[in-house]
Design a protein. Sequence first.
Length: 246
Amino acid sequence: MLKIQNIHTRYGSVPVLKNISLHVDRGEIVCIIGANGAGKTTLLSTISGIIRPYQGSISFMDTLIHRMSPDRIVKMGLSQVPEGRQIFSPLTVLENLEIGAFHRRKRDGKKKIRQDLEQVFELFPRLRERSGQLAGTLSGGEQQMLAIGRAFMARPSLLLLDEPSLGLAPKLVETIMKTITILNRQGMTIMLVEQNARKALSISHRGYVLETGRIILQGPAADLSEDAEVRRAYLGRDYSSVTERS
Ligand SMILES: Nc1ncnc2c1ncn2[C@@H]1O[C@H](COP(=O)(O)OP(=O)(O)OP(=O)(O)O)[C@@H](O)[C@H]1O
Ligand SMILES: [Mg+2]
C-alpha cells in the first residue's frame, strides 16, 4: 500500500532522513519507534507531502506521491494526525469533525458522513457530550480524541498517527490504543509513531526502529519486543508488560 524507497530529507543543508526504505501493507499496524529528534515526525511529514524529499521515492496505492501536494495526497486516502493535536481551537468539536469530512462531501453524501460521525461519538462518547464546545477549551486528552476523530472523518485508507499517547494519562493511553486497534480491524491501515515503544509494539504487527535518521532495526513487533537492543534503549528495565498482539 505504501512503499518508501531510499528517501533522503534535509532541513536546509542539514540531513535528517538518511536513505530510509520501508513499506506498509494493507491491513497492517506498523510502528516507528525512536528517540527525540530521530526523525519520526519528519518521516511522516515527508509521506504526507508537507516536506519534499530531495532523493528517493514514495508510492501510495501504486502511485508516486512524493511530488504531490498534501491536499492531493489526502484526497487519495492518506491522512495524518499531527504531533501536538493541531485542532481548530476557535471552532466547536462538531465543526472540527465536519471539516475532517470536507473533501468527501460530494463523493459520499451527507448520510454516509452522518453515520461516520455517529461512529466517532461511539468511540469517544466524551466528544458527543462536548460537541458544541469550542475545541480550544477541551482538555489535552479530549483534544487528542478530537484530532483522531477528525482524521477518521476523512475515512483514510492509510492513517498516520504522530505520538497519539503523548502527555496522556495511562487510562486514556489505553483508550487511544484500543481505538487504534478497532479502526484497524475495520480495515484501516495504520502507521504509528510513538515514543511509548512498549504500547506501540503491543498493538502493532511490525515495527521499524529509527535512530538519527536511519532505520537500524525492523521486524515483527513481537520480535522487536524481544530484541536486547530495543529492550535496553526503548523499553527500559520493566519490559515484562509487553504483551503480544491479541
Ligand atoms: N523545520 C525544521 N527545521 C530545521 N530542523 C528541523 C525542523 N524540524 C525538525 N528539525 C530537526 O530534525 C531532526 C528530526 O526532527 P523530528 O521532529 O523529525 O524528530 P522526532 O523523531 O519526531 O522527535 P520527537 O520524538 O521529539 O518528536 C531534529 O534534529 C530536529 O531538530
Ligand atoms: Mg516528533
